[in-house]
Design a protein around this ligand. Structure first.
Ligand SMILES: [Zn+2]
Length: 336
């Protein structure tokens, strides 16, 4: 069975020293170690140690082969979004990252599919980069769950979503800059508690802000199975019904009606939760996504799905049909 992992991160082996070049900010820089790992430095501060599989395209293909998976959708690591920088500088960093991915996809068209990154803080430059990456063969973008703490329904982002719909580019929404991060650094809480909440924040903002009403052809996928959005849909719907004065002010449609209109990935680490999400979304709207190569990812690349009693038909949808539909791609592109 064709298996496409639609949620993986990649970084070029070497990054320019953007902090020195631009003269401000804490742009990410890589310091390589003797053991083939590298330290992601944010300004002068250590952010995260990463391994070769974060940049080495062949090692990645080999690691995936162990799990009979041949295709990875790649996008940058959210800490490289650089939405806090000037639009012009973020355009430059985005172009660098996008060109790296476009080149990879051109060299390994059967193994890699590319999603770009854009300067969301500058609407005009963001659209300019969307048009450029579309020409370079990218099929979508990855954006953050908030943009400098502005929710995705804010009016400056609407033309960007509109352009994605027009250009037929898919959108992956990934949690980052987690709410409450500074207040809960201990126990990895930003990743364990903040990330699911961030994704729900993005989904609720877009639904209540009427984005899906105004742009019915926009193809959006939320990472980590939509975070806490689907597991708490009962509460969200009840809030919509009991306090429409607070919730239904921009869109009168029940949030539950949007379930199945967008895609989510399968990264739940819990087969019962995945089954519940399949029941809500339908398998044609649940894409196989792992968050490789990071430790919180499904690093046995879909084994928990294959070993489950989820039907073959549903597994075919999860492992490729849902992603092919989200990205508007054909199976034939991958030799099938
Ligand atoms: Zn991720």
């Amino acid at each position: 069975m064709l298996k496409i992992d639609m949620h993986t991160h990649i970084i070029p082996k070497n990054l320019p020293d953007w902090t020195s070049k631009f003269g401000y900010g804490d742009f990410i820089f890589l310091e390589h170690n003797n053991d083939n790992s590298a330290d992601m430095m944010q300004g002068g501060k250590f952010f995260r140690r990463i391994q070769e599989n974060c940049w080495d395209e062949k090692i990645r293909i080999d690691e995936y082969a162990n799990f009979n998976t041949t295709v990875q959708v790649v996008c940058t690591i959210p800490v490289l979004f650089s939405y806090w920088a000037s639009g012009k500088d973020c355009l430059e960093t985005s172009k660098f990252l996008n060109d790296h991915i476009s080149d990879l996809v051109a060299r390994f068209p059967k193994n890699y599919i590319g999603l770009g990154t854009i300067p969301m803080q500058d609407t005009k430059l963001a659209i300019q980069e969307l048009e450029r990456i579309k020409k370079n063969g990218m099929v979508g973008i990855q954006i953050g769950s908030n943009i400098n703490n502005r929710n995705l329904n804010e009016e400056e982002f609407f033309p960007i979503f509109e352009a994605c719909e027009k250009l037929d580019l898919a959108v992956l929404i990934h949690p980052w800059q987690m709410m409450g991060e500074d207040d809960m650094k201990k126990y990895w809480l930003p990743w364990l508690v903040g990330m699911p909440a961030e994704t729900s924040r993005a989904a609720c903002s877009m639904i209540f802000g009427g984005i899906f009403e105004k742009l019915p052809k926009l193809r959006v996928c939320y990472a980590h199975a939509g975070g806490s959005f689907l597991p708490t849909i009962g509460r969200i719907e009840h809030g919509f019904n009991c306090r429409p004065d607070l919730v239904a002010i921009d869109n009168p449609i029940n949030p539950r009606d949007y379930i199945g209109k967008f895609w989510v990935d399968s990264a739940t680490h819990d087969i019962d939760l995945l089954k519940y999400i399949l029941k809500l979304q339908g398998s044609s709207k649940v894409c196989f996504g792992t968050d490789y190569p990071f430790p919180l990812g499904d690093l046995e690349i879909g084994k928990f799905i294959e070993q489950s009693d989820i039907s073959l038909l549903d597994q075919e949808n999860i492992f490729h049909n849902a992603t092919l539909a989200w990205l508007k791609l054909d199976k034939k592109s991958f030799g099938l």
